[in-house]
Write a protein that binds this ligand. Structure first.
Ligand code: C2E
Ligand code: MG
Ligand code: MG
Ligand code: MG
Length: 294
């Protein structure tokens, strides 16, 4: 619509008007350069593990920006900036293409075919470019949609600007993508949408994991989410698992999948390759999945 178009245009030109916010604007300009010139952006990958035996069953792609002066800038700092200043569409497309390109390189190297999950911003949903960016990327790199999962937060799923999201999610799933709801439990909405939306997986936010197993309230919440997800036939992965105690609690409570520093930090591609080699060489309890289980 004209109104929506108008909003996008004013966002795109906000940099020039926001004179009092100089350090932030400098960052916006250098992010724009990074997108145009390449080289500074990178995807890190964090492994996802089965609680029963530690098997690696997937990877989450996490965006990193190596700024020439500031060093590694956290996505929590530059993604909101990109969203506010009209760069998120381009950035999101870069992530899609980079993840798929990396998956193709891993396949050429004969690495196990692990599903990769990418994070999708609200802007990508309501700008409506997501579907075409995905399909052209999959075709260009020769990757099956079933290998690329999409993580969306509650606020993305419920953002009215995205229009009726149910048919869009259905179409994405029909192509083969799996859909996860990220940071589950941190939103403000009712649980009714879980029944309405076609989803595959809940990512339980690390806020509920942090104080496990000692905090009885978090233990109750986690157990209740697991029971609810079972009833809804949704898979659950717990984020931010850092300790053996957390892992043991989750496994005993019936949580099949975890992700967190306990098993591995997000890693650059080179470090991940070394990590895989050392896993394959020395461990019988932590292995790579050769078939996607998630
Ligand atoms: P997220 O998708 O919930 O990703 C999980 C975050 O938790 C990551 O932070 C990861 O490094 C961190 N993490 C993983 N395991 C642990 C743990 O055991 N303990 C602790 N304390 N933290 C852990 P990161 O990489 O800084 O990303 C932050 C957020 O930025 C992500 O949260 C996601 O919302 C967003 N993000 C990252 N990459 C992208 C992207 O490519 N596109 C979009 N739209 N958003 C992204
Ligand atoms: Mg995520
Ligand atoms: Mg998350
Ligand atoms: Mg989170």
């Amino acid at each position: 619509s004209a109104k929506r178009h108008g909003r996008n245009v004013s966002q795109r030109f906000r940099p020039a008007l926001d004179v009092q916010d100089t350090p932030q604007m400098a960052l916006v300009y250098s992010l724009r350069d990074a997108l145009a010139n390449g080289g500074q952006l990178e995807l890190y990958y964090q492994s996802q593990h089965r609680t029963s035996d530690g098997l690696v069953v997937g990877l989450e792609a996490l965006l990193r920006w190596r700024h020439p002066e500031h060093g590694l800038v956290s996505p929590g700092d530059f993604i909101p900036l990109a969203e506010r200043h009209g760069l998120m569409g381009m950035l999101g497309n870069w992530v899609i293409d980079e993840a798929l390109g990396q998956m193709a390189r891993w396949q050429e190297m004969g690495m196990p075919k692990l599903p990769v999950w990418i994070n999708i911003s609200a802007i990508q949903m309501f700008q409506g470019e997501l579907e075409s960016a995905l399909s052209s990327g999959l075709a260009r790199h020769g990757i099956a949609a079933g290998q690329l999962g999409l993580e969306l937060t509650e606020s993305v799923l419920l953002d009215e600007r995205a229009g009726d999201i149910v048919p869009r999610l259905e179409a994405l799933r029909e192509r083969g993508h799996r859909i996860a709801i990220d940071d589950f439990g941190t939103g403000y909405s009712s649980l009714g949408y879980l029944k309405r939306l076609p989803l595959d997986k809940i990512k339980l936010d690390r806020a509920f994991i942090r104080s496990l197993p000692d905090d009885p309230a978090d233990a109750a919440i986690v157990s209740a989410v697991l029971a609810m997800a079972r009833g809804l036939s949704l898979d659950v992965i717990a984020e931010g698992v850092e300790t053996q105690g957390q892992l043991d609690f989750l496994r005993d409570a019936g949580c099949r999948l975890v992700q967190g520093f306990y098993f591995a930090r997000p890693m650059a591609v080179g470090a991940l390759a070394e990590h895989w080699q050392s896993l394959a060489g020395q461990s019988s309890t932590v292995q790579l999945g050769t078939t996607p289980v998630v």
